[in-house]
Write a protein that binds this ligand. Structure first.
Ligand code: PBG
Length: 332
């Protein structure tokens, strides 16, 4: 062997990978169930209604929601994120059902906090589940009116806080909404209710299955005038600076895996906890490939979530939270 090769081979990284025990000792990123949040869909019917593009997920009754959340909590998943699937007759252009103290989401929150007081209940703040236009803000003519939307979002957040939400999570991408929501919560006495801002949310095609679940696809147009352009990362810095100044408690990047660089960027530019959302399309892709026998769902799920944590996420929203928690507890 030439001396050049001898010099290269004096350093052998493989020595550290020789035994499972060695690999475990040196693992730099260890996923745990407590990193996870389970998003769930609730509807106002007694039977669960499966979501075709999200095998394993369904629109649940409030009772079923409590049972699934209990299972998650018992497996070590500390929180759930709730999304209401409303029937069409409750939707209108201003999403006024979102303010109803007896509305579906508010009833779901109350039931969860009553049965599982230690569960972290995160509620989504945006108009789309309630909007007959399928947009996150108020549509006036053919544009989403930012400033008309802010009081609706603030009212929605207060209604959710009154029902017992621990964290409200504005996912609408209107300018100024974190500040408007913080002011409204404080004024109503909810100084302890946190805000998880979907600060860096892209106009992504990976939300498709979620929109099937809620029947919430925009009836016209798309969300590109409020959600971020997938080509941009510097713009994320502007969004997080604003949301921090307005009082956000967590910053979220969404989707997850296609935006790992952005998760890292946000991690490096903020001291706030960073959440990443492994969105519906990311979950569906794994399920679909696994159904074909092309991928091992369990291993791909854990690898995806570990990658989000490695990139800098403290909290990971994933539809695979229960599956991942079971795998992790089994020592996968
Ligand atoms: C809308 C909202 C969306 C998701 C969470 N909140 C979809 C959208 O912006 O159209 C997507 C979540 C997912 O795909 O899992 N406010």
């Amino acid at each position: 062997m030439s001396s050049a090769y001898q010099i290269l081979l004096s350093d052998r990284p493989r020595r550290n990978r020789r035994l499972a025990g060695l690999r475990a000792m040196q693992r730099q990123t260890v996923l745990t169930p407590s990193d996870l949040v389970l998003p769930l869909f609730v509807h106002d019917l007694p039977d669960r209604k499966p979501i075709g593009s999200m095998p394993g997920h369904a629109r649940l009754s409030v009772e079923q929601l409590v049972e699934v959340s209990r299972e998650a909590l018992e497996l070590g998943v500390p929180g759930v994120a709730l999304f209401p699937a409303l029937s069409d007759h409750l939707k209108d252009p201003r999403g006024k059902e979102s303010l109803n103290p007896e509305g579906l989401l508010q009833r779901a929150v109350r039931a969860l906090k009553q049965e599982l007081p230690e569960l972290v209940v995160i509620t989504d703040v945006a108009l789309d589940p309630y909007s007959s236009d399928g947009h996150d803000g108020v549509l006036i003519g053919d544009r989403i009116d930012n400033d008309e939307t802010l009081p609706v979002l603030a009212g929605m957040a207060v209604a959710q806080a009154k029902a017992g939400a621990d964290i409200v999570a504005p996912s609408d991408m209107m300018d100024g909404r974190v500040g408007a929501i913080r002011d409204a919560l404080d004024e109503a006495g909810f100084t302890d209710v946190g805000i998880c801002s979907y600060a860096v949310k892209y106009a992504s095609a990976f939300y498709g299955p979620f929109r099937e679940a809620l029947d919430s696809a925009p009836r016209a147009g798309d969300k590109k005038t409020y959600q971020m352009d997938p080509g941009n990362s510097r713009e994320a810095l502007r969004e997080i600076a604003l949301d921090e100044a307005e009082g956000a408690d967590w910053l979220m990047v969404k989707p997850g895996l296609p935006y790992l660089d952005v998760v890292r960027l946000v991690r490096e530019h903020s001291a706030l906890p960073v959440a990443a959302y492994h969105v519906s399309g990311e979950y569906s892709m794994l399920k679909a490939a696994a159904a074909q026998g092309w991928l091992d769902f369990d291993r791909c799920l854990l690898e995806s979530l570990t990658s989000l944590k490695r990139a800098g996420a403290d909290v990971i929203f994933t539809y695979g939270a229960i599956e991942a928690a079971k795998l992790l507890r089994a020592g996968a």
